[in-house]
Design a protein around this ligand. Structure first.
Ligand SMILES: NC(=O)c1ccc[n+]([C@@H]2O[C@H](COP(=O)([O-])OP(=O)(O)OC[C@H]3O[C@@H](n4cnc5c(N)ncnc54)[C@H](O)[C@@H]3O)[C@@H](O)[C@H]2O)c1
Length: 257
């Protein structure tokens, strides 16, 4: 019988935005189980199902004042930040013609400006402890497009580019910056996408069929990759866009003859 390995993130402090969402909750659970002190920052004032030891912080990532409040709280309570996970995000299921300017600005404010603001105000906290790991959320939709998600696809492309730029600028500070680009992950966001279809069961079956692995992902699948990118085993990994999609984008579309 092998001895249980010590918690790999013991002594580290993590901030997870979108921390009470589908993917965010699984990330908070995993980082906390690995020994980190975790803050779940979310626009929702309800801590949802995040474990009791995770510290909840109400925060709108599109507001600079709200982001600086959270960073000041972490500085006061912990004097450090080692891991920043930017999982807050929204989706708008519309084409460009259907999208209002207000909707376009709102999705950019949360998905892109939110990532910019947490990095802008979190980098100094990481630098003061000699480095850290930032994990942004892109999407396979930042490489290829799902129909009817125009603004969302554009925000994810922007997050990919921002991730590379951050990695270049802050590598010398020992701050690694990566993005996870999930495919279909079973969360409220995916359920809402399914909910917009007339025939949900056939859509779910079709989604499974196009995945070589034969299923869509779980939040825990994503948390596994976050845990690796956050920790010391990923010490040479930076500036990359990690597609996690069960092989979806590796496979050319198959004709059903
Ligand atoms: N679920 C998928 O299939 C999938 C695929 C690719 C990428 N992603 C990305 O993964 C990330 C997490 O998605 P999810 O599926 O967990 O979605 P989710 O809807 O379950 O969770 C998103 C969370 O973000 C929070 N949020 C929204 N606006 C906010 C704001 N202004 N400030 C702070 N928090 C805010 C919400 O309250 C929610 O808790 C998102 O960036 C999403 O774009 C998800």
């Amino acid at each position: 019988m092998s001895a249980k390995s010590p918690a790999s993130l013991s002594g580290r402090v993590a901030l997870v935005t979108g921390g009470v969402g589908g993917i965010g909750t699984a990330i908070c659970e995993r980082l906390s189980a690995e020994g980190a002190t975790v803050y779940a920052a979310d626009i929702s004032g309800d801590p949802g199902s995040v474990p009791a030891q995770v510290l909840h912080a109400e925060c709108d990532v599109s507001s600079e004042a709200s982001v600086t409040n959270v960073m000041q709280r972490i500085n006061t309570e912990q004097s450090r930040l080692d891991i920043l996970v930017n999982a807050a995000g929204i989706e708008i299921e519309k084409t460009v013609e259907e999208t209002s300017l207000e909707e376009w600005n709102r999705i950019f404010a949360i998905n892109v400006t939110g990532t910019f603001l947490t990095c802008k105000h979190g980098l100094a906290l990481m630098r003061q402890v000699g480095g850290g790991s930032i994990i942004n959320f892109g999407s396979y939709d930042g490489f290829i497009a799902d129909p009817g998600l125009a603004a969302y696809c554009a925000t994810k492309g922007a997050v990919h580019a921002l991730t590379r730029a951050l990695a270049c600028d802050h590598g010398p500070d020992n701050i690694r910056v990566n993005a996870i680009c999930p495919g279909y992950i079973d969360t409220p966001m995916l359920q809402s996408f399914f909910g917009s279809s007339g025939d949900i069961d056939s859509l779910k079956n079709e989604v499974r069929r196009v995945h070589p692995i034969g299923r869509y992902g779980t939040p825990e699948d994503v948390a596994n990759l976050v845990n690796w990118l956050a920790g010391d085993e990923a010490r040479y990994a930076s500036g990359q866009l990690w597609v996690l999609d069960g092989g979806l984008t590796a496979q050319a579309q198959q004709m059903r003859l």
